[in-house]
Structures are given as structure tokens and as C-alpha cells.
Design a protein around this ligand. Sequence first.
Ligand code: IDP
Ligand code: MG
Length: 150
Amino acid sequence: MEKTFVMIKPDGVQRNLAGNVISRLENKGLKLKGLKLMQISESLAKTHYGEHEGKPFFQSLIDYITSGPVIAMVWEGENAIEVTRNIMGETDPKKAAPGTIRGDLALTIGANIVHGSDSPESAEKEIGLFFSQDEIIDYNLTLESWVYQD
Ligand code: IDP
Ligand code: MG
């Protein structure tokens, strides 16, 4: 089953939106596999956002993501990466559709509440950056047979 890395960014934590974000992923039928509150170091931030190095917003992105604790998570489910990106909405909250996390809860691109991996390659890389193997828990959810009909 596909796994994705999701992070509630410092603005999401400070605005008490963690429960709201987690509820949306739980309600969709995704399974929580790992979770921790953590303060991101400058070097982890730069590695995580390495693809954006050199862009005009890079340093402000690093300052933002290291400005307070984040909640790092691993979620699992069928097409978890695409499904989570759809629940998050577009990067720029003013373009994000109502009903999405960013469309409902954020106003500006510089404070858009949540991160989610954008491909299987980035999910694998990001999960490995933030979690050790023993922090990712395998377990059965009794409601799974109601989420998946096969
Ligand atoms: P994503 O978070 O939807 O995957 P990316 O393009 O990967 O979007 O950008 C990573 C993060 O960098 C965004 O979520 C946002 O926090 C920040 N960011 C992206 N573009 C801009 C910008 O033009 N100005 C300020 N911050 C930006
Ligand atoms: Mg991205």
C-alpha cells in the first residue's frame, strides 16, 4: 500500500489546526503510520526543500519551516500521495478549491498550513529523512474492510 509524508507546518500548529488536518485524512480512510511533533533544524529544512534552492522564496521558506514546531506524519492508503495532494489543495491558497485544507484554512502561499509528498520518489525520500523504520507502525484497522471493497 502506498505511503506518503505529510507535515503540518508551523502556522498550522500555531493556529490549532492540527486536529482539523488530521481529521480530514482520517475521515478519508487513510491510515496513520507515524507521527511526531518536532522542531526542524536548518540543515533538515534545506535538505527537505532542496529542489527549491536558488528560488527567490527559498530563504523565507527555510525561515518559515524552522520558525516553530511541526507535526511530521506518515499516512498510508490506496493512492495515498495523489489523494492527500487533492485534500491539501493547490500550493497557493487563493487558488485552492473550497473544501481543501488550503482552500478552507489558509490565505497566503507563504503560510499554507501543510506539506504532502508529490511523487513516490519524494515520498520515499521524505519519509526516510523524517522517520526511522521503528517509528513507522504496522497495524490493522478494524474499519479497513469498510474502506476497501475487493
Ligand atoms: P507544495 O507545497 O504544494 O508541494 P512547492 O512548489 O513544492 O509546493 O513549494 C514548497 C513550499 O514552498 C510551498 O508549500 C510554500 O510553502 C512555499 N512556496 C512555494 N512557492 C512560493 C512562493 O512563490 N512564495 C513563497 N513561498 C512559496
Ligand atoms: Mg512540493
